[in-house]
Design a protein around this ligand. Structure first.
Ligand SMILES: Nc1ncnc2c1ncn2[C@@H]1O[C@H](COP(=O)(O)OP(=O)(O)OP(=O)(O)O)[C@@H](O)[C@H]1O
Length: 363
């Protein structure tokens, strides 16, 4: 894994965190570190030499295609799997030999695993009622009500969990992790079973809550919009390796290789051979050029080097499908751009991304 050494062209000022409410403040510092972690299941190498630090209070999102090792990473931290090699430490303590219950982590899964016969109140109180905790009822009650307010389910405390909508159930599942105040929250695609509108709403809620309580959170998703909007840093996993970690802006603007470049951006980055389009100045060894919308200049011209093949109307924006010889590119365009199917255009590159034959970024 390599933490990208490239400097970000657009630096992002650290965000000020609001002070957490006194009762929700976490009792311990909670940095999580994976050192040289490898894990195989039979012939499948799920993770190879993964090094990752989630800093205290940080929201890190692991993004990667199916089978890239995201869930395995969470399960190793939670103690549900043992690494073949490497160390897992939480708050400076090596936890590899500790049982899951002693690790002080809370796991939220994709499917809200609520107790259907219990009310929302009882579901939220459940983790606080373990014999090991022995919390007084008054404290349990105060915590349940505070968390219910935080996840905006306080108006349904007496409802059976089966009487809730999908979004409400997932709020309860998140609330049930929050009541425990663990050192770290691990979330495995907690929003993926919800419809797009709810996902958008809960995305904002989750970010707000994490900001409010300043918790350390490692979150797994396939969804680039979730990663871009929620993460302090995004870690890109591919084939069991952490190929890059950085702020969303760094990962988007300064991808270390073709794989990372293709993970972020809508429409997908256009990957074209060097020499296909004029403009830019390719360094020696360039094989492939990565061109997003902001790297393409379009001028209408009767003699142009490209042709508009198709226009997809998305409402606020259009996707222009452009043909350059045998190659097809897609770019975003203003819906008012006076251009139509079959029009010829001049297409030029403007500071695109350059990659060598091995797919590594060149600058
Ligand atoms: N218990 C297991 N037994 C055998 N193979 C496993 C097991 N758990 C994971 N794997 C394999 O390890 C690899 C990584 O799996 P993992 O679930 O971590 O990927 P993922 O990135 O979370 O995928 P998805 O997005 O589909 O959940 C995959 O090839 C998977 O098939």
């Amino acid at each position: 894994m390599s933490s990208t050494a490239r400097s970000c062209r657009c630096s992002i000022a650290p965000r000020a965190r609001p002070s957490p409410r006194p009762s929700m403040r976490r009792p311990v510092m909670a940095e999580v570190t994976l050192t040289d972690i490898s894990k195989a299941f039979g012939e499948t190498q799920a993770l190879s030499n993964v090094n990752l630090t989630v800093r205290d209070g940080e929201f890190v999102v692991l993004l990667g295609p199916t089978g890239s090792g995201k869930t395995t990473t969470l399960r190793l931290i939670a103690g549900l799997e043992k690494p073949d090699a490497g160390r897992v430490s939480i708050a400076g303590r090596d936890v590899v030999s500790e049982a899951p219950a002693s690790r002080d982590v809370a796991f939220v899964f994709q499917q809200y695993s609520l107790y259907p016969h219990l009310t929302v109140y009882e579901n939220l109180a459940f983790p606080l009622r373990s014999p090991a905790r022995r919390l007084p009822e008054t404290e349990i009650d105060a915590r349940v009500r505070e968390v219910a307010k935080m996840v905006r389910i306080d108006h349904k405390l007496e409802n059976r969990s089966t009487k809730l909508s999908g979004g409400e159930m997932q709020r309860v599942a998140i609330g049930r992790a929050l009541v425990r105040k663990p050192a770290i929250y691990l979330m495995d695609e907690p929003l993926s079973s919800l419809d797009a509108k709810l996902r958008g709403e809960l995305r904002l809620e989750l970010k707000r809550i994490q900001n409010e309580i300043g918790s350390t959170l490692l979150y797994v998703t396939h969804d680039q919009v979730e990663a871009m909007t929620m993460a302090d840093r995004i870690g890109i996993l591919a084939g069991g390796r952490l190929v890059q970690i950085g702020t969303p802006r760094e990962i988007y603007s300064n991808p270390a290789n073709l794989h990372v470049a293709a993970r972020l951006g809508q429409p997908h980055i256009n990957l074209i051979p060097e020499g296909l389009l004029p403009g830019g100045s390719a360094p020696t060894g360039t094989k492939t050029i990565g061109a997003r919308t902001e790297h393409l200049e379009i001028v209408r011209s009767g003699q142009g080097n490209a042709e508009i093949d198709w226009i997809e109307h998305l409402g606020d924006q259009n996707h222009l499908h452009i043909k350059v010889g045998q190659h097809k590119l897609v770019t975003l365009a203003d819906p008012y751009l006076a251009i139509g199917r079959g029009d010829r255009i001049d297409l030029k590159l403007r500071n695109p991304l350059y990659f060598d034959a091995g797919g590594q970024r060149l600058t």
